[in-house]
Design a protein around this ligand. Structure first.
Ligand code: SAM
Length: 280
């Protein structure tokens, strides 16, 4: 079942949190000259028109990047995020939004490697066509979990793995825990950033417990909900569970969320947290 299309959701509040964390981690990895690998398990189409029928139908980007496009604050990480989105827009009009592999393409150096898997028969060729000029890259029409087994560990032994399933099927939560454990065994030095939606609070907490129960050390939870929990009637927020985060990420995300929370809030009951779940 591949009915999920990210073009309906590109640039929404969940993408803001996901891509902000992604950009913070990539910029941290770039502090060292040594090349690294970026691996994207569920890559999507790479670039989205916000004027498309799909984006206009939901107008979800207005809950996210739309509120930050003219950001005037001084937080360097929020500025880096908005500047990255501005790089795919020629003018001051917000017309395009880059997905996670495109963001990696914009930020990674020529010596870094990009690996991505995407199964959708329409989106995968669109994605692949954007990477033809990158030397160290592998964009495959392959199942996410098979891709992790086939491509990890990277030669460089340093890098970021972004895991961003659509969660269309309940089994995807279990698949993720299993796939993560296998990937971590192959590449324990890697940083892993796992995106999850907040739809039903109890289900979120069970998923987080399952990740903690893997016994994998050094897990940081970053979560932002612009709406209060409503027990299963749509997505009210989202989070990123980061394994082996840069040591700067906790403080950086606390600073970001203090500033972002009121900007993205849709309710007085909006909430956020940055919690070290498992120590190093
Ligand atoms: N990571 C993207 C971003 O931030 O721009 C968005 C990805 S979207 C949430 C999830 C994608 O996973 C969809 O494009 C879907 O086609 C793809 N997908 C679903 N199941 C998959 C699987 N088993 N292996 C690889 N890709 C899959």
């Amino acid at each position: 079942m591949l009915s999920y299309r990210h073009s309906y959701h590109a640039g929404n509040h969940a993408d803001v949190i996901k891509h902000l964390v992604q950009i913070c981690i990539l910029n941290y990895l770039k502090r060292k000259d040594k090349p690294f690998c970026y691996h994207d398990t569920h890559a999507g189409a790479g670039l989205y028109s916000l004027h498309s029928e799909q984006a206009q139908k939901t107008a979800e980007y207005q809950t996210g990047i739309g509120k930050l496009w003219n950001y005037q604050g001084s937080n360097a990480d929020i500025k880096a995020y908005v500047d990255t989105i501005r790089r795919v827009n020629d003018s001051d009009d917000l017309a395009f939004y880059p997905g996670s592999p495109k963001i990696a393409d914009l930020l990674c150096r020529a010596t870094d490697t990009i690996q991505a898997t995407e199964l959708h028969p329409s989106d995968q060729p669109i994605l692949a066509s954007q990477f033809q000029r990158r030397k160290f890259c592998r964009i495959e029409k392959m199942d996410a979990w098979a891709g992790l087994r086939a491509m990890l560990p990277p030669l460089s032994k340093r890098g970021l793995v972004l895991i961003d399933p659509p969660y269309e099927l309940k089994t995807e939560y279990q698949d993720l825990v299993k796939g993560l454990q296998q990937a971590y065994q192959r590449f324990p030095q890697g940083t892993y950033a796992i995106w999850y939606p907040v739809i039903e609070r109890q289900a979120v907490e069970s998923f987080i417990d399952a990740l903690v129960d893997t016994q994998i050390r050094n897990q940081l939870r970053i979560e932002y909900s612009p709406l209060p929990d409503n027990e299963g009637f749509g997505m009210t927020g989202s989070g990123m569970l980061v394994i082996n985060p840069p040591f700067t990420l906790k403080q950086d995300m606390e600073n970001c969320l203090q500033e972002l929370a009121p900007l993205l809030s849709q309710s007085p009951a909006a909430q956020w947290q940055v919690t070290q779940l498992v120590d190093e």
